[in-house]
Design a protein around this ligand. Structure first.
Ligand code: 9MR
Ligand code: 9MR
Length: 584
């Protein structure tokens, strides 16, 4: 990218990215597609004039930013400068008073970022050498081999006794920590596969520069397989139940993987983990079916495991993960991430839908679809996965129905599509009322742990399902608007993806980034984002009087606002890849 060096860039470098923003202008810091809407917002009580210069310094646009909209929490007005008339690729400068803001218009504006977002999973791989030719300066030797993982007493059974050893290698680090959690793994893959199905040709062409890039399988699927092969080891072959997680008793320090010495355990089997596993494996079996040559037998193997997991859940429909209770009964105590979802209706639904699709209509899963359907639509998150089932049904409305489909099933399909579109119609409307011109972020409750993903990028993905279902450009525009927020059109003036934009997180709560001795964080990661919960306040200082959308600190200690995680990156891959695909 050609850099236009300005006063602003200098100010940012000197002050460091954690300093308060000094600019009054907020806009996409990464790049605009030629045909997309291009809006910058400018902090000002009254309309303010601006001009745009091209790379030669010639004025190509001038105007007055107006339509001021206040933020909900602060008496602060943002005026809108609409630069959409500019469509020629090139480097530009937006001039507002004395400020000079560089920006770019280019074809494939987000393709590099989308690729990095997927490559971030490669950088999270464990148990293998990351070679320099794929990982560049982030190369590192194999560690966390997980070739002698202990059965925790909570996971003991008649065959696999407490303290016995299994192999459970490979997979991705979940987040900034070094553990592997089935609930989040299954969800992350399910979410990515839901987007893979929208734009298979896009992914077929994408080259991620990973060790499997030379085979015939789309690289995203190759990357996903790296985690699936770990997940498969988490099913107890004796009964089909799936261990909730593979973990050290407590979080490791901020050291590199080769320095880690704690023993690693698999803990108890749970209903949520087992159903998420079943759903994910069923979806994956469909995705991998065409790639038998590279993955011989994998599709059948995964489908068999999915069926077996589902049977276990039928027999154990109500096993929640309650870490405290587990610790009261067993040693050693486990204090790492819980992913302790205790309502399984949505997991039943996703697993039933996925298994029915993967088995091409096996009636055994029909009642699961009927019984667990809820007539409401909610964008997915790790603990709420019904949408991953509903979106499959919404797309099935257009397809041929299987001969043994009940009337109720047809109804559920139609309703899934209607509810999804209704949700999107309501959501889209919010943008005009928002100072940052995106549907995301009007209410306090959206600023939760992982807001950038759960309240923004995932919602963007939902809008892109709707766009694919209907071709209605309003949905595409709204998804793009949410992306603009993540890329810089937000109160904090951050591009929330590491390695991209003028101001982006420098100190994510990620052990790999912190301990590797390299100044720049690993690139392509979406940080959690503003979070009013501030659960890390014992370790992080939050200034008084922050608005919900300001409750973010770019400091390593901030696990509640500045961590990275595979589920969040899954939504980043989804949103950015689909925007890139649909812009072609
Ligand atoms: O590093 C841990 C991170 O991955 C988790 O999301 C977070 C919440 O469970 O916990 C982090 O670990 C911190 C712990 O909770 C509190 N003491 C400091 C730990 C490292 O910063
Ligand atoms: O993403 C999870 C968030 O929804 C929860 O509120 C939070 C506390 O339970 O945990 C988050 O997940 C963390 C996991 O427990 C451990 N690895 C890091 C994850 C991201 O912070």
């Amino acid at each position: 990218m050609k850099r236009v060096f300005t006063l602003m860039t200098v100010a940012c470098c000197v002050l460091g990215a954690s300093a308060q923003p000094t600019s009054r202008v907020r806009m996409n810091q990464v790049g605009f597609y030629p045909q997309q809407e291009k809006v910058a917002v400018i902090a000002s009580e009254t309309p303010v004039s601006y001009k745009v210069l091209d790379a030669k310094g010639k004025r190509v646009l001038k105007g007055v930013a107006a339509d001021g909209t206040a933020e909900p929490w602060k008496p602060r007005m943002w005026q809108r400068a609409d630069l959409s008339a500019l469509t020629a690729p090139g480097a530009y400068t937006l001039c507002v008073g004395k400020e000079r803001i560089p920006f770019e218009i280019r074809e494939r504006a987000l393709s590099d970022l989308a690729r990095s977002a997927a490559r971030a999973f490669y950088l999270q791989r464990m148990g293998v050498d990351l070679e320099e030719r794929y990982a560049g300066k982030y190369a590192r030797p194999a560690a966390h081999l997980d070739d002698s993982v202990l059965i925790h007493p909570s996971a003991a059974g008649p065959v696999r006794r407490a303290g016995s050893v299994i192999q459970s290698p490979y997979g991705w680090y979940d987040a900034g920590d070094y553990n592997k959690y089935i609930v989040n793994s299954g969800y992350s893959i399910g979410l990515m596969l839901s987007v893979y199905r929208l734009i298979p040709d896009y992914f077929a062409r994408q080259n991620l520069g990973i060790p499997e890039s030379d085979n015939q399988t789309p690289d995203l699927l190759d990357e996903i397989f790296f985690n699936l092969q770990w997940m498969m080891t988490m099913q107890d072959p004796t009964d089909g139940g799936v261990y909730h997680k593979l973990t050290t008793p407590s979080f490791e320090a901020f050291v590199m993987p080769t320095e880690c010495r704690q023993p690693r355990y698999v803990v108890m089997k749970t209903t949520a983990a087992t159903l998420d596993f079943a759903a994910c494996m069923a979806d994956a079996s469909v995705a991998f079916r065409p790639y038998e040559a590279d993955y011989p037998g994998a599709a059948d193997l995964m489908l068999g495991m999915a069926r077996k997991a589902y049977e276990w859940a039928v027999k154990h429909p109500d096993v929640s993960y309650r870490q405290q209770e587990m610790n009261n009964r067993f040693d050693p105590d486990i204090t790492t991430g819980a992913y302790d979802d205790a309502s399984f209706r949505d997991e039943w639904f996703w697993a039933s839908v996925a298994l029915r699709r993967a088995t091409r209509g096996d009636n055994r899963y029909m009642s699961g679809v009927h019984d667990h359907f809820e007539a409401k639509f909610q964008p997915s998150s790790w603990g709420s996965v019904a949408a991953l089932g509903m979106v499959q049904l919404a797309f099935a409305v257009q397809g041929p129905s299987s001969p043994n489909e009940t009337e109720r099933c047809v109804q559920i399909k139609n309703q899934s599509k209607e509810l999804l579109l209704e949700w999107c119609d309501r959501y889209v409307e919010r943008a005009q009322r928002n100072a940052f011109l995106c549907p995301y972020g009007l209410t306090r409750d959206e600023y939760l742990w992982g807001s950038n993903s759960e309240s923004n990028a995932v919602c963007g993905v939902v809008l892109l399902y709707a766009y694919k279902l209907t071709g209605d450009a309003r949905y595409l525009q709204a998804a793009q608007r949410n992306a603009e927020y993540l890329l810089g059109r937000n109160t904090l003036d951050y591009c929330f993806v590491t390695g991209y934009g003028r101001r982006s997180p420098q100190h994510p709560h990620q052990r790999l980034s912190e301990a590797d001795g390299i100044e720049a964080p690993l690139p392509g990661f979406l940080v959690g984002g503003p979070n009013i919960g501030q659960q890390d306040r014992a370790e992080v200082t939050y200034p008084e009087g922050l608005a919900p959308n300001e409750s973010y600190r770019d400091v390593m200690q901030s696990y509640a606002t500045n961590e990275i995680a595979i589920n969040w990156n899954a939504s980043l891959v989804g949103l950015m890849s689909a925007l890139d695909a649909f812009a072609q």
